[in-house]
Design a protein around this ligand. Sequence first.
Ligand code: GLU
Length: 449
Amino acid sequence: MPDLDPVLQPVYEQVLRRNPAEAEFHQAVLEVLDSLGPVVRQHPEYVDARVIERICEPERQIIFRVPWLDDTGRVRINRAFRVEFSSVLGPYKGGLRFHPSVLLGTVKFLGFEQIFKNALTGLPIGGGKGGSDFDPKGRSDAEVMRFCQSLMTELYRHVGEYTDVPAGDIGVGQRELGYLFGQYKRITNRYESGVLTGKGLGWGGSQVRREATGYGTVIFVEEMLRTRDRGLDGAKVVVSGSGNVAIYAIEKVHQLGGTVVACSDSGGVVVDEEGVDVEILKQVKEVRRGRLTDYVQERGGVARHHSDISIWEVPCDVALPCATQNEMDEQGAQALVKGGCAAVAEGSNMPCTPAAVRVLTGAGVLFGPGKAANAGGVATSALEMQQNASRDSWTFEYTEERLAEIMRGIHERCAATAEEYGAPGNYVVGANASAFRQVADAMLAQGVV
Ligand code: GLU
């Protein structure tokens, strides 16, 4: 465990006591507190107003039962959560995750990260997150619809365009958002487009939202590389995962002249030295909801599937973890360093363990933390809210340029703050200190609420 500033240590201990057995939440809090020593020494007013304790305690936590009928008529029960963490900068904003591993602590870690990520976008959105232990894998469309309708039958009373605006995350894409939106509209009798983001293009969605997290991560890594007079052109890249974030990260790397030589899913790793064929990948994953073994078959002998290696063992110049939390441990990071990796940017939320981050930064690898590197998704959600509020819809080109501008802005802001605190090139310090200060100043201004 890192040595925390004496002012921050008791705050962390209180988080541990109040939230037992929520290891991922503890990890996310510790990662932020570890960057804040110099900030609280410079700003004793944050300590006096107990800003940090307040940030660590969600404003509201909602847990509810979601009953639904499967296709055989059997009753199923899931649990759902919405953790409304901070509304100091705007309505609570963050995705919903459907995955069997989802517990309250998972949603809290994601919601906590979201506060700072959303602040970094510079757009007026607070932090929240939700989800359920429902597993959409293998479920029919009708089952997914019944589940989503049941979930919204409770959730509708807590959300709204000025209150709390959910979106997708793992296991929640346009299909699920469509069912959720339909039920919200039916219950409330309001066509309130801004209540959810990530909607379909024909019913209030934004261009580039689908691509935004992956594209944004790649724009961020390109900016990091530029500080060392490098770029993605000609670079060998590995991207873990093969879901929404990974697919569009791969697409953008290829647009910028790099080659993605490996990706993965829970069944293993695909190595495709000629470059992952993103159109085939989209067909397999987005249209057919299939596995990477299907991708290998469609590639006709070019790609190879391995169920016994870690993706981080594939030598590369740049690595983009885009699957899930704690997917890269110390060993994974060591393998990357050995393979000559120069930059890592987190496309998923908290994919690198603290030990992995230490190995990477210790070896001089550029490291872009998720709350900065993957903020393009939620930033484009905020652009979707803007379009909904003005009953407008922007072109792909215009929206993509806005996204690129936001990502370059986040990079600039993190780099400048890192310098200011005597840690040049340390994007973890830059992201945490900069986002925290913005949130803390707004909290001071708004009083003890
Ligand atoms: N789930 C995404 C994230 O982790 C996006 C959230 C949103 O668009 O509200 O940032």
